[in-house]
Design a protein around this ligand. Structure first.
Ligand code: NIG
Ligand code: FE
Length: 407
């Protein structure tokens, strides 16, 4: 593969702090280099610098050049929480919700997540792969160069494994969401967990990197979540939780006690949860689109950051609670609804999100040694990424040193 030189960039922007995750003031520090270049070799960033210091003579012979004039470069965005491997849609449910039906009522009536379970089972392996390929392209077009995607729409051995394999085949980071809902063939959550831990976990643990659970009234309680997560940890999986989306039901203390990678949602988290997270190594993954889409309160992002918690941002892209694949939209909401600064939003959607996926040492920065994943914006200032709500400023997406998408 030839080397790639992105030259004459108006701005080269990267989180400035050292290590991951970045917290407190380090979350808000980005380095902005004017009139810069990025040199990529063998899929990694070889050098970043100012055009004035570029030594033309030392460039590799086999070189492709990309014109960066008028453009700002930021690290490829990392979406650390999606349900992108879904079939079908829930447009009819969206209309019912617009007329006042609640997400939780629909779920209790066998619609919601269970409607997508029926669609995923009917689609099978091929259908899921095709749908995910479509969704992957949508994400790429918004600057996402690394995505995580969960299972949880199969809830039987065959479809859960098909989902995880499809995610891995598409280059995503697979998470086993074996405890998402209780499928119709089981009456009790405990009986379903008996089955999932006995018949699905061994295969899931060979493909997935992490396990996730939906800890919520109407889904799984704290005792059931503990049992599921402890078994998954035993099988070698990192741990994540969906918690405090509608009610505070013990997800934060459980995540802290088990040393989970992340606890995600947190729309209902109060001051004790904020303090517990700030004192822990668990990253709070904030999903402002899900709060907006379901007309719920926003998570206490400012309090989490000010208290010193590790925070990341993600889309939660799924057909029910967040039909939105755009991290720039998430970053916009982070600035207008969560009261984060654009720099905090950028760090939270790049290196901190990479940390949640166990890749904070190699993804999410424009620095030598990091993956050559970058987004070029047709904008004079990188902050357009969050500022231009719903804007189409992503012009070119480079993944591992090659142009992967162009507007
Ligand atoms: O993170 N809350 C649970 N799970 C997903 C939604 C999945 C769905 O509605 O299909 C979420 O919001
Ligand atoms: Fe989710």
């Amino acid at each position: 593969m030839p080397a790639l030189l992105v030259r004459d960039l108006a701005q080269v922007v990267s989180p400035a702090g050292v290590g991951a995750p970045l917290r407190r003031r380090a979350l808000a520090e980005v380095r902005v280099l004017e009139r810069g270049y990025v040199l990529c070799e063998n899929g990694r960033i070889a050098a970043v610098g100012s055009m004035a210091d570029l030594d033309q003579a030392s460039l590799p012979n086999d070189l492709v050049e990309l014109d960066g004039r008028g453009r700002a470069a930021v690290p490829g965005l990392v979406d650390c929480h999606t349900h992108a491997c879904f079939a079908g849609d829930r447009a009819a449910e969206f209309e019912l919700r617009s007329r006042g039906a609640s997400y939780e009522e629909l779920h209790a009536a066998g619609a919601g997540i269970l409607a997508t379970v029926r669609a995923a089972r009917a689609a099978g392996r091929d259908g899921l792969e095709r749908a995910l390929e479509r969704h992957r392209t949508w994400m790429l077009a918004h600057g996402t160069t690394t995505f995580e995607a969960k299972s949880g729409y199969g809830l039987d051995a065959e479809t859960e494994v098909a989902q995880l394999e499809a995610v891995a085949a598409a280059g995503g980071v697979p998470t086993w969401l074996g405890a998402h809902a209780v499928p119709p063939e089981f009456e009790e959550a405990d009986a379903y967990l008996d089955f999932a831990l006995r018949d699905v976990l061994p295969a899931a643990a060979r493909i997935a990197e992490a396990a996730d659970v939906f800890l919520e009234r109407g889904a799984f309680d704290a005792g059931q979540a503990r049992r599921y997560l402890e078994a998954c940890r035993e099988a070698g999986l990192a741990l994540r939780l969906h918690a405090d989306q509608f009610t505070e039901a013990g997800g934060v203390p459980l995540a802290v006690e088990l040393g989970a990678r992340s606890v995600d949602h947190l729309e209902a988290t109060g001051p004790a949860g904020v303090a517990a997270l700030a004192a822990s190594g668990v990253t709070a993954v904030l999903l402002p689109v899900a709060a907006l889409f379901l007309d719920r309160p926003m998570p206490p992002a400012r309090a989490l950051v000010d208290a010193g918690a590790s925070v990341a941002l993600a889309t939660d892209f799924n057909p029910g609670s967040a039909f939105c694949e755009s991290l720039p939209v998430v970053m916009s909401l982070a600035c207008t609804q969560l009261r984060l600064a654009p720099a905090e939003a950028l760090t939270a959607a790049t290196v901190n999100a990479a940390h949640v996926l166990g890749r904070g040492d190699r993804l999410g920065r424009l620095e030598p040694g990091y993956a050559a994943d970058l987004v070029l914006l047709d904008a004079p200032d990188w902050r357009y990424l969050a500022y231009h709500l719903g804007g189409e400023d992503v012009a070119v997406v480079v993944k591992e040193g090659e142009v992967a998408w162009e507007r």
